[in-house]
Design a protein around this ligand. Structure first.
Ligand code: IPE
Ligand code: IPE
Ligand code: MG
Length: 239
């Protein structure tokens, strides 16, 4: 499948449905997560090839800490394995690796691998790959407010732009498109501030089945959207 139209600068993905994928096959949920990681690699590669400036993947929410500890531990293990195995490839592909969320809540050895991956890719010039880990939009906003209060900023200095610079996503453009797999039609605390004008795309496909072609379908769908940002489209304005 070839794409010609405009390519979004920034795409966010809520990678959902790993557990159901496994349950449907009588497998433990973790098998769904394992398979999900393979899809993640495929989508990262495709996004970089398309020329996206950034791709943000929701991998673990603040609320996901409530899951059984065995599932959380295995998810952390999978993340560590992914980073250890894929770092050289990220470097080779010129990808800049970043994380958003309360990274300090993750096990220390994983924080070490994350820091190493961020450092070793920081001077790359290609797509920025952002992984949201122990992340939630409300938590990010509250942390930003705390930082602002601690800075002693005078209220009149606070603008939307200044506020954005206190968020974890500082330096990144707002997402143009947010994709959610698995048929759920909700945001689940993902990029609440940043998603103000994102186009939303929902698919029934479970994340472990989300192929490169499905990703391209989502981009194609985005290309048909008319983005207005609250204004009147130029052709109507001219009448
Ligand atoms: C998404 O799949 C991965 C994470 C939230 C870590 P789920 O684990 O939520 O899968 P379902 O929604 O139960 O199918
Ligand atoms: C959202 O999925 C979080 C991630 C994909 C990491 P969840 O499965 O946690 O969301 P809910 O519980 O269905 O809203
Ligand atoms: Mg889910």
């Amino acid at each position: 499948m070839l794409l010609t139209g405009r390519i979004p600068n920034h795409v966010g993905i809520i990678m959902d449905g790993n557990g159901r994928w496994a349950e449907l096959r009588g497998l433990p949920r973790i098998e769904g997560h394992r398979r999900g990681v393979e899809r993640t690699k495929e989508v990262i590669e495709c996004a970089a090839e398309l020329g996206l400036k950034s791709l943000t993947l929701y991998a673990f929410s603040t609320e996901n800490w409530q899951r059984p500890s065995a599932e959380v531990t295995t998810l952390m293990k999978l993340l560590e394995l992914y980073l250890k195995k894929e770092l050289s490839r990220l470097i080779q592909d010129g990808i800049v690796f970043k994380t958003i969320g309360e990274i300090w809540r993750l096990p220390e050895h994983i924080q070490g691998v994350i820091n190493e991956s961020e450092e070793k890719t920081s001077s790359n010039k290609g797509m920025v790959l952002v992984i949201a880990l122990s992340y939630s939009g409300r938590n990010e906003i509250v942390r930003a407010v705390k930082k602002i209060l601690h800075s002693g900023m005078v209220p009149d200095k606070l603008t939307e732009e200044v506020f954005s610079s206190y968020l974890d996503t500082v330096g990144l453009a707002s997402p143009d498109l947010i994709i959610r797999t698995s048929g759920e039609k909700r945001i689940s605390n993902f990029l609440l501030w940043q998603a103000a004008y994102a186009e939303l795309y929902f698919t029934e496909t479970l994340w472990p089945d989300f192929s490169r072609d499905e990703f391209l379908l989502a981009i194609q769908d985005y290309q048909q959207r008319e983005r207005r940002f609250g204004a009147i489209p130029a052709r109507l304005d001219a009448q």
